[in-house]
Ligand binder design. Structure first.
Ligand code: ADP
Length: 246
C-alpha cells in the first residue's frame, strides 16, 4: 500500500478513477472447458485480470507419503506469468505465490467433498496471464468454477471478492491504482449458500465500523458473482447436452 496524497482515487460525488461507484464491480466474464487435457478448466476476465485455471483429479496422490487416508488433498498452485505485469516478473515461485497457493487451497478444500476421495489429490493450476489487482480472488473464483466443471462434488461454490479503503471511503473490488495507493485491501473467499468465510486476508488498517461495511459490501457482491459462476457452468452443460443430442 503506497500513499500518494496528490492522487485522488474517489471524488466528492463518490465516483472512482475508472468511473465506478463505491459498490460496483469491474466487469467479470467466465468461460469453462477451455482446455482439452484438463478434467476441468476455466478462463476468467475480471477487469484487466486474465487468468486460466486447469483442474486434474481426483487422482491417486503422489508421492504416497502425502496421501491422507481420510480425504483427498487439494493442491492449488498460483503462478504469475513473467509477462503478466508491466515490468517482467521473475519466473518461478516466490513468497507471495506460495502464500496465495496455500490460502486458495484451503478455501477450495472447505467447499470440495474431500472425504469422498481418500488417498487422492486434486490439482488446481492457476495461471495469471495478465494481472491487474485482485488476482487471488479472481483466481479463486475461477478455480471454483473449474473444479465444478471437472465434476468434482462440492458443498458449495467459492466466491472471491475484495473491498478496501480509498480516500477514506470503503469501496468494492479495488483497481490497480486503488490497490497501490489506497489505505486498505480486504480479500475474502465466501461460500455463497451459507455465507461462510473461507479466506480472509488484510493489508492496511480498517476501523471496526469500516471492516463491517467492507464485509457487508463483499457479502452482497458475492451473490452477483455466484450468479456469473452459475451461468458459466450452465452454458457448459447446455453445450454438452447439445453435443450428446447430435
Ligand atoms: P492480488 O493480485 O491478489 O491483489 P497483491 O495485492 O499482492 O495480490 O497484488 C496486487 C497487484 O500487484 C497484482 O494483481 C499485480 O497486478 C501486481 N503485482 C503483484 N506482484 C507483482 C510483481 N512481482 N511484479 C509486478 N506486479 C506485481
Amino acid at each position: 500500500m503506497g500513499t500518494a496524497s496528490d492522487i485522488k482515487l474517489i471524488d466528492e460525488n463518490n465516483i472512482r478513477l475508472d468511473g465506478r461507484g463505491p459498490d460496483e464491480l469491474r466487469p467479470i466474464k467466465i468461460e469453462t472447458n477451455v482446455l482439452n487435457r484438463a478434467d476441468g478448466s476455466s478462463f476468467i476476465e475480471w477487469g484487466g485480470n486474465k487468468i486460466m485455471v486447469a483442474v486434474y483429479g481426483p487422482r491417486e496422490a503422489y508421492p504416497k507419503h502425502n496421501q491422507d487416508i481420510n480425504k483427498a488433498i487439494v493442491k492449488a498452485r498460483y503462478n504469475m506469468a513473467a509477462f503478466s505485469v508491466d515490468e517482467r516478473k521473475r519466473p518461478g515461485p516466490d513468497r507471495r505465490s506460495v502464500e496465495i497457493s496455500k490460502v486458495v487451497s484451503e478455501a477450495l478444500e472447505a467447499a470440495i467433498m474431500v472425504e469422498l476421495f481418500p488417498r487422492a489429490q486434486i490439482d488446481v493450476f492457476i495461471e495469471v496471464l495478465q494481472a491487474d489487482a485482485g488476482t487471488r480472488i479472481a483466481g479463486l473464483t475461477a478455480a471454483s468454477v473449474a473444479v465444478a466443471a471437472a465434476g468434482i462434488p462440492m458443498r458449495d461454490m467459492v466466491v472471491g471478492c475484495t473491498a478496501g479503503k480509498v480516500g477514506n471511503k470503503i469501496v468494492l473490488d479495488l483497481s490497480k491504482e486503488e490497490d497501490n495507493f489506497g489505505q486498505a485491501d480486504l480479500p475474502m473467499g465466501i461460500l455463497p449458500k451459507s455465507d461462510r468465510v473461507v479466506l480472509m486476508q488484510m493489508d492496511g488498517d480498517l476501523s471496526v465500523e469500516e471492516f463491517e461495511q467492507a464485509t457487508s459490501m463483499i457479502m452482497k457482491a458475492t451473490k452477483r458473482i455466484a450468479q456469473i459462476q452459475r451461468e458459466a457452468l450452465t452454458k457448459k452443460y447446455e453445450i454438452q447436452q447439445k453435443e450428446q443430442g447430435e
